[in-house]
Write a protein that binds this ligand. Structure first.
Ligand code: DC
Length: 230
């Protein structure tokens, strides 16, 4: 009988973590949790309420007013979770370039991280989750049975992100997207609180030359192996 596990997927912005994590969760019949969506929802709230992000005190004071939850989309066969901020569906709004441009600064605030990590640990308390982010294998679930660290060349990531954004009607240029990814990498890897680093026991997957199906296949195979070992 395979055991229930936690799959933690960390890595740089835009290397396919979310789509890989989603497909892996579907294949395993696990719940996918997008931890980045939570930091994005906090950022959206701050922008909507004109709270200056560099004013850390004001950000901390607003945290009790920010309620985030995920709810399954009704019309889909297998559950696809969407992000809600104070009961409003913000799944689209949190993907805007303005949110992307500010989210790394928000997620570097220790009190913001503390609140999000608390929610994330709660969501994974019964295992059977695939969670993607930056500090899942190192900080949120250091005991995760499977840890993946995803990476890819910056320009390969920028091209993929451009396609995704274009499909949503965004006209951001390749240069803007690459600059945003590079800046997020810089902040995410250099912040003092739980920066993006590879966990010692994480498996590295470089997706630069991988097809999407191949990367999902690799993660699912590793998860199945971990289920039978643990
Ligand atoms: O995965 P994403 O690009 O949607 O994440 C948005 C930002 O949130 C990312 O730039 C860094 C931050 N983040 C984080 O600090 N820790 C996580 N576990 C997930 C995301």
């Amino acid at each position: 009988m395979p055991s229930d596990i936690i799959v933690a997927i960390d890595g740089y912005s835009g290397c396919g973590k979310s789509s890989t994590a989603k497909a892996t969760a579907q294949a395993l019949d696990y719940t996918y949790i997008d931890s980045g969506a939570m930091y994005r929802a906090v950022t959206l709230y701050l922008l909507q309420h004109q709270i200056t992000i560099s004013d850390t005190e004001a950000v901390i004071q607003s945290l009790p007013d920010i309620h985030i939850h995920f709810s399954a989309k009704k019309e889909t066969l297998s559950p696809v979770y969407e992000t809600y901020l104070n009961r409003e569906n913000v799944e689209q709004a949190i993907r805007d370039m303005e949110v992307s441009a500010n989210v790394s600064e928000v997620s570097a605030i220790p009190e913001v991280r503390k609140a999000m990590v608390h929610l994330q640990r709660n969501m994974g308390k019964d295992k059977r989750v695939v969670m993607d982010g930056r500090d899942i294998g190192t900080n949120v679930f250091p005991q995760a049975e499977l840890k993946i660290f995803m990476t890819a060349d910056l320009m390969a990531r920028a091209h993929r992100r451009k396609k995704e954004l274009e499909a949503k009607g965004s006209s951001a240029t390749l240069e803007e997207i690459a600059a945003n990814l590079a800046e997020r990498d810089r902040i995410d890897t250099s912040r003092s609180e739980n920066p993006l680093v590879k966990a010692d026991d994480a498996v590295v997957i470089d997706t630069t030359h991988l097809q999407f199906d191949e990367q999902v296949h690799q993660v699912v195979a590793l998860a199945q192996k971990a289920m039978n070992v643990n």
